[in-house]
Design a protein around this ligand. Structure first.
Ligand code: NOJ
Length: 528
């Protein structure tokens, strides 16, 4: 059952993803179809027309597979089924069919690095003795020190605490994330074969591609030696070559296998979550027989500061320059503080986020939006007692984790749950004061963030100006200016004062440019 290439509303373009705008749906928080306070597939299906109208090309849906939710779905108990909280396989098929009819591609998360501790393989491993075939799918090792009471090496879990947990018979198993997320051993052929089975399962149903979780993490070094000691576990940064948990050369064997499967399904693709900051190392994941895209996280990591932003763009373009891949830009996702908040919050954060949207969407390559970017959602200050991210407990309540950026999306109405659910009591509480941020209110306001995104996406889709390479232009101190070969010019002002508009016809601006100047913290698109 291969996807039907004759589906009328999807282009036959094999490389549709090269310039695509992909909308990330954090499923728990997008739309609740059954009134249990948690987003689900039915909710997504009901909001597909909104996404089509917004003007995105594709969606990426975060994990919706059976899961005990120790890491909200990134602990997968069965990668080839649907978690009942989110719906069922028939509901997924219906969503997929509707999306395709609306011209939207559907990509889904693939979580190869680890399973849930509820996965049948892990249960079998626990029930089997050290040295058994069941244990060999994971990374079980004897401990160090007297009686093996010390973990096998010094690796920290990304979520805090050691990356090892001891089982009753004395052995330890590796988990780079929570103890409920045991790492698989990719040197075991059965593990790689199972990943392939999972890919085919979803590709045969018609999905258009995958976002690959921890795509730099599947391979572990021979002998699992100690890494460079660190007090920072790496939740917010990669530590480079001394961090032996990630970016091992053998990971490319896995990516080549993934690509071999994708190549059997025309128009399918994969984007990798590759937290590797070295340009040359990142480029290796984008070789012709590996990933089509890797998130260029430098833009997401950059401060709102002209040199930092220019550097992020330059490095991201340099990283892909010698590869077949385009760049892939992201400002926010479900793991990081939302950019409205990162850029200062309040009216300043919003102004900058508007400008950043025009910056992101003017750059060559693919762009990923996180649900709520188009509404200008900020992080939410949540009280301790509602925090759910495992990071909070694992860090001994020193890091609040990622819940602040995962609060459900406000759709309509003047108080929680703002049309997200029929139930007020949502999985993370929604704040008072979001009435002006709902999708419904913003749709009726030409000055809203949503209207800016709609205009920007429509222009990007319809105009030839958005084609070709990027060339930096001379710009006033504190400003960024560049041009695409197709004719688009983009100016971003971070100088602290208004600057004169350059020559050209204004296509879109993030702030009022009526007086012939571009205000501070604003961006403009011009046709040169
Ligand atoms: C990256 C995902 O984006 C994050 O949410 C998750 O916690 C880890 N990978 C572990 O799967």
């Amino acid at each position: 059952m291969h996807p039907d290439p004759s589906t009328p509303t999807l282009s036959a373009d094999a490389d549709w993803w090269r310039e695509a705008v992909v909308y990330q749906i954090y499923i728990r928080s997008f739309a609740d179809g059954n009134g249990d306070g948690v987003g689900d597939l039915a909710g997504i299906r009901s909001r597909l027309p909104y996404l089509a109208e917004l003007g995105v090309d594709a969606v990426w849906i975060t994990p919706f597979y059976p899961s005990p939710m120790a890491d909200h779905g990134y602990d997968v108990a069965d990668p080839r089924d649907v978690e009942p909280v989110f719906g069922d396989l028939a509901g997924f098929d219906a969503l997929l069919a509707d999306a395709h009819l609306l011209g939207l591609r559907v990509t889904i998360d693939l979580v190869p690095n680890h399973t849930s501790d509820h996965h049948e393989w892990f249960r079998a491993a626990l029930a089997s003795p050290p040295g058994s075939a069941e244990r060999a799918r994971y990374l079980f090792r004897d401990g160090r020190g007297p009686d093996g009471a010390e973990p096998p090496n010094n690796w920290p879990s990304v979520f805090g605490g050691p990356a090892w947990t001891r089982v009753p018979d004395g052995q330890w198993y590796l988990h780079l994330f929570a103890p409920e997320q045991p790492d698989l051993d990719f040197t075991n052929p059965e593990v790689l074969a199972d990943l392939e089975t999972t890919m085919r399962f979803w590709l045969d149903r018609g999905v258009d591609g995958f976002r690959i979780d921890v795509a730099h993490g599947m391979a572990k070094p021979e002998g699992l030696p100690d890494m460079v000691p660190t007090s920072d576990t790496g939740l917010l940064a990669d530590h480079g070559p001394g961090d032996l948990r990630f970016d091992q050369d053998a990971v490319h064997v896995v990516h080549r296998r993934i690509r071999t499967v994708l190549d059997e399904y025309p128009r399918s693709m994969a984007v990798g979550e590759v937290w590797v900051s070295d340009d040359a190392r990142l480029a290796q994941y984008l070789r012709a027989d590996e990933l089509q895209l890797a998130f260029n996280f430098k833009l997401l990591s950059a401060e709102w500061e002209p040199d930092a932003l220019r550097d992020a763009v330059t490095h991201s373009l340099a990283a892909v320059a010698e590869t077949p891949a385009p760049a892939c830009w992201v400002l926010s996702n479900h793991d990081r503080s939302r950019h409205v908040s990162r850029y200062g919050g309040g009216p300043v954060g919003l102004r900058r986020a508007r400008a950043a949207a025009l910056l992101q969407l003017a750059l060559p390559g693919a762009a990923y939006l996180y649900n709520g970017d188009e509404l200008g959602l900020p992080d939410v200050d949540l009280p301790d007692e509602v925090l759910q991210d495992p990071v909070w407990e694992r860090s001994g309540r020193t890091q609040r984790g990622r819940d602040a950026c995962r609060v459900p999306v406000p759709w309509s109405g003047s108080e929680p749950p703002y049309g997200f659910s029929s139930r007020r009591d949502t999985w993370l509480p929604m704040p008072e004061g979001w009435a002006g941020l709902t999708a419904e209110v913003q749709a009726g306001n030409p000055a809203s963030m949503q209207s800016l995104y709609r205009s920007a996406l429509a222009l990007r889709r319809s105009s030839q100006a958005f084609t070709g390479d990027l060339e930096w232009l001379p710009a006033a101190e504190g400003c960024l200016a560049f041009r695409r070969t197709g004719g688009l010019a983009c100016l971003v002002n971070l100088s602290g004062a208004p600057v004169p508009l350059p020559e050209g016809r204004v296509l879109l601006a993030s702030a009022d440019v009526g007086g012939g100047t571009l205000p501070d913290d604003a961006a403009v698109w011009l046709h040169a």
